[in-house]
Structures are given as C-alpha cells and as structure tokens.
Design a protein around this ligand. Sequence first.
Ligand code: PHE
Length: 478
Amino acid sequence: MSIEKQSIHGQWSSRWIFILAATGSAVGLGNIWKFPYIAGENGGGAFVLVYLGCVALIGIPVMMAEILMGRRGRQSPINTMAYLADTEKTSRLWIGLGWMGVLAGFLILSYYSVIAGWAMAYVFRSASGAFVGQNAQQIGDMFAAFIGSPEKLLVWHSLFMLATMVVVARGVKEGLEKAVVSLMPLLFILLAVLIGYALSSGAFAEGFNFLFAADFGKVFYLCESVNGVETCRFTFGPILTAMGHAFFTLSLGMGAIMVYGSYMPKNVSIARATFWIAGADTLVALMAGLAIFPIVFANHLEPAAGPGLIFTTLPIAFGQMVGGRFFGSLFFILLVFAAWTSSISLIEPAVAWLVENRGLSRLRASMVAGIATWAVGILTIMSFSDWAFSFHFLGQKKSDGLFDVLDILTANIMLPLGGLLIAVYAGWVASRKLSRDELAMGDGPAYRLWYFVVRYISPLAVMVVLLNALGVFDSWLS
Ligand code: PHE
C-alpha cells in the first residue's frame, strides 16, 4: 500500500529544481560574506579544514536525515514532526524541534536581512563609481560611515524584507522556483571572474596559503602573555564556530531543508541531491575565499576585519579593475540574489505553518512572519551604531553587540542543537524502515554507512563540541 502524501503547498517541478532550490537556500551570505570573515578571524587553514570535516561528517548525513523527514511528513517542520509522532509512534515532544527551527529561522533572518541590505546599498555605490580610484583606507572609511547610519540600514533592510515577502507570498512554484533557476549559475561565473582578478593581484599565493595551509597551533591555541611570560591553552572556540558554520552554510538544523524536502518529488534520490547541494555550497565558499584573501594581503589589510571584510576588500578590486563599476554592481546584485534565495527558506517553515494551522493565505502568512522579522532586525541595525553595547557571550573572544549574540546563539547553538536532534531522531528514535524507504538506496553498504554515521558519529561530534563550548570539559583540558 502506498502511503504517499502530497504537500498542500505544491511540489518542485523536477529533481533539478529541488537541487537548485536547496542550493539556493544553502548558498548565500554564509558562503560569500560570512565564511571569509570567520576564516579570517579564526586564523585560516586549520579552521577551514575543520569546517570541511564538519561538512563531510556532520553536514551531509544530517542533511539527508532532514530531507527524508520532510519528504515523509510533507508539511511545515512543526506539523511534519507531529505527523511523524503519529506514524512513527514517537513522543510528541519532538514537535518542539519544529518550533525551535521556526524560532531560529526568525532570528537568523532578522540580521541576515540587514546584511543583505548592505549588499543592496553596495550595488548602487558600485554603479555610481564610488569605488573608482579609492584606496583601502578610503573604502574602509566609507563602509564605517555607512554602517554607522541606522536610517540608511533601515531603508535597505526594509526593502530586502519586502522582496523576501513578495517571493514567499507567491508560493513554491511561482515564487521560490523562478527566483533560483537563472541566478545561481551567474553567481558562479562572476566569482570565477573575481578569482581571475585575485590571480593578478600579486598576493594570490599568500591568500591561497592562508586558506589552505593548516597550522593547528595557530588556530587552536590561545596564547596570552602575562608579565612577559607567554602561556598557551587549547581553545574550542574555533571548532565550535567551524561546526556552527557547517550547519549555517548548509541551511541545516532549523527546518529550511526539511520544508524544502517536503516539496520534493518521491522519485528523487536524496543522497545524490545532498552531494550536489553540499558540493556546490562548499565550492562557492572556497571560491569566495580565493577571491577575497589575495586582495586582503595585496593591500596589507587585516584578515580578521570581521563582518565588514567583503565590503572593505572587494570594492578595492572593483575600484581598480577594468570594467570595475559594472563587475562591482553585478557582484553585489548576485550577492543580494544569493541572500534572497536563502532568506525565503529561512521564513518558509513559519509561513507554511501559518498556512496549515492558522488558515492564513500565503500572502497573509508571509506578511505576518515578515513584519515580525523586520521588527527584530531593527535591533541588529542599532547594534552597529551608537546603540551598540558589548558583552561576552559563551566564552567567545569577541565582545560585540547584539548582532554577535544573535549570530552565536543561532549559528553556534540552535542550529547544531537542531542538527543533533535531527540525527538522533533519524538514527535512534524513528524506525529504520523510515530512513530505508525514503533514502531508497537498498540496505547495502551506502545505507549502512549513512546509518552508522548519523547514529554515532554526527551526534557525538556535535555533542562533544557543544559541551566543550559550555565549558563542561574545561577542567580536563587545563
Ligand atoms: N545557508 C544560508 C547561507 O549560507 C543561510 C541559511 C541558514 C539559510 C539556515 C537557511 C537556513 O547564507
């Protein structure tokens, strides 16, 4: 007997459209804006290696788990978990996983949209020739002045949220699909052009080494000199950041990929789709790194410049290269689109739920979720300006404003926790039959390997890193 359900929200037109949509969700600010700056802040090579390890050992298996649960449930993550509670006879407490995802998506989008707004503003700056002939110092000052103006950030943030709501309101086929099909390939080509520029910058080798030469000593030991005596201790901070980023960049742990999976046709191979998505996502991040770091070193800039990194490096390149105004505008346009295709997936779990349980139209649901997110985003805007206040949060070395708190809370805690619970659910709680049927790769070595990893390796790895971040093992390490 077939137990095939259909989603009331529709279904992707084909397997490639699913892959493109999920890649659209995965590839976003995380790859082009966040990856380079956190790699820069965390010392480069060794950090990148840990991140790649997390993608392979945790990201890929958890993504398969998340997609398969979504495709079986065919509803918003909250209702998918409720449906699974019935069909798999599991506790209804698991519905909380869906709720945590909705909350995480909401918090992430609130600041994501602010950053996407920066990229929108930079489209116009580039087109107007503002970068032409400017040196690194001038470009840096321009950025500082920009993010210190809350009113400007608010305008762009509002525009970006509006754009997100419009696409989400139009629904799966008309909205989400159309947006991704043409934009993703273009982004890829433009990154290649930028790497071409970076190759000619004179510091390509240095940039390359920074990203790929792993120096674990430099990254994982925190050294302080007290009264002239240098003491170093092992630190888990960068490992947590690398793992959190693996979840963030693959859109895992909050239901985005689950809800996309719920619109996935039955005959698509989840494993194959996952490899495409994770592969494309990783490639884009590494390409962004290769485009940015040579420019950083060629201009004697600071790799640890933080969230402003791409906004203070790439404009230098655009200001100098032939056709820079055009390429600069195009780059930021594509960055906005990459952010756009991610932001729709951040809000889709909430919107799908509002439609299912509150009987709202998609338009109304998008408005409710969008306006709430927009309002929270204002806090992030304030945190970049005068209103910024500082405090330490969970042992991170940075001490910055609310933006950092939101970032750490979501990327480093909520997403890994969500991913951990998904792995535990698929590996331990749900029946083996569920994953065997949905993954449809038989009971051979490939399935068994996945099952083993999702049962033991992924949850343990996440747990160890999370507990460490909370300082649970501190006394053993010192
Ligand atoms: N993966 C997106 C990016 O890298 C961000 C995102 C996180 C999207 C979580 C959906 C869910 O930009």
